[in-house]
Design a protein around this ligand. Structure first.
Ligand code: 9D3
Length: 224
C-alpha cells in the first residue's frame, strides 16, 4: 500500500514512522509512506498555507489551493481522507476496509480549522474519537498504524492480527510472565498446569467475563 500524507508539520511523522513495526513494514516494501509539506504547493512569496478567516475571528484557516495542487499531483486513483473532528469515527471495521485500498492520501487539518472547500476534495472525513486534539497529525498516525499492521506480511506469526481482541468482539484474556509469585500474588494455577485444554477454556471464560464487566457494548455489537 502507498500512503501520501499532506501536512504542515512533516517532522511530526519522522520518529513514529521510523520505529518498530511501521519501520519494518516500509523496509519490507509492504507500505510506502510519503510525508509531504503542504508548503511545497504554495505559490506566494511567503509560501503561506493558511490565511485569516473571511468574516473575521481568531486564528488561521488552512487554504484550499495548496491542498488542491497537491492532490492534482498525488491523488490519482487514491482514496482521499481528511482527518477532522467532524468525521466518521475510526473503528476496527473502518480500518479493515481502508486496509484493502491500494493508495491513500491523508490530509491533516489544523486547530483553527480548514477552508470548507477542502472537504469537497476528500472522499471521506475521519475522526479518531470525541476529544479535542491540536491538529490532525496524530490522528493520521493512528490511522496509518492501525491500517498498516493489517497489510498481509506486516505482522509476524507471533504478532498475528488474526485472533486478537476486537476481531472477535472481545477484550483480551489476562496474561502473566515470570515470576510465578510476585509480592504474594500468584499466577492462576491453571496457567502453570500444562493442560492446554484447561488453559484455553480458562482464557475464553476470562475474556468473556472481562468483556461483560468492562465493555458490554462489544458483546452487543454486530461483527465488523
Ligand atoms: C475553531 C474550532 N476548532 C477548535 C476548537 C475545532 C477544531 C479544529 C481542529 C478542534 C480540533 C482540531 C484539531 N483536531 C483535528 O484536526 C482532528 C481530530 C481531533 O481533534 N480529535 C479526534 N479526531 C481528530 S481527526 C482530526
Amino acid at each position: 500500500m502507498r500512503i501520501d500524507v499532506l501536512t504542515l508539520f512533516p517532522k511530526m511523522f519522522e520518529n513514529v514512522l521510523g520505529e518498530s513495526i511501521l519501520k519494518r513494514a516500509q523496509a519490507k516494501g509492504l507500505a510506502e509512506i510519503r510525508v509531504h509539506n503542504l508548503r511545497d504547493w504554495t505559490s506566494d512569496a511567503h509560501r503561506s498555507a493558511d490565511d485569516k478567516p473571511f468574516g473575521g475571528g481568531a486564528g488561521m484557516v488552512m487554504k484550499v489551493e495548496p491542498v488542491y495542487e497537491a492532490l492534482e499531483e498525488l491523488s490519482g486513483k487514491s482514496k482521499v481522507i481528511l482527518l477532522t473532528p467532524q468525521g466518521k469515527r475510526l473503528e476496527q471495521g473502518l480500518v479493515k476496509r481502508l486496509a484493502k485500498e491500494k493508495r491513500l492520501v491523508l490530509i491533516c487539518g489544523h486547530y483553527e480549522g480548514v477552508d470548507e472547500r477542502i472537504r469537497e476534495l476528500a472522499d471521506e472525513e475521519i475522526s479518531i474519537g470525541d476529544y479535542v486534539l491540536t491538529c490532525g497529525e496524530l490522528p493520521a498516525l493512528v490511522l496509518i498504524d492501525s491500517v498498516v499492521r493489517l497489510i498481509p506480511g506486516v505482522l509476524g506469526d507471533d504478532e498475528s492480527a488474526k485472533f486478537e481482541s476486537f476481531e472477535n468482539g472481545m477484550l483480551e484474556y489476562p496474561q502473566y510472565t515470570r515470576p510465578a509469585v510476585f509480592k504474594g500474588k500468584s499466577v492462576p494455577q491453571v496457567l502453570l498446569s500444562g493442560n492446554h485444554k484447561n488453559i484455553e477454556d480458562w482464557r475464553k471464560r476470562e475474556a468473556l467475563k472481562r468483556t461483560r464487566e468492562r465493555r458490554p457494548d462489544l458483546l452487543r455489537k454486530t461483527k465488523n
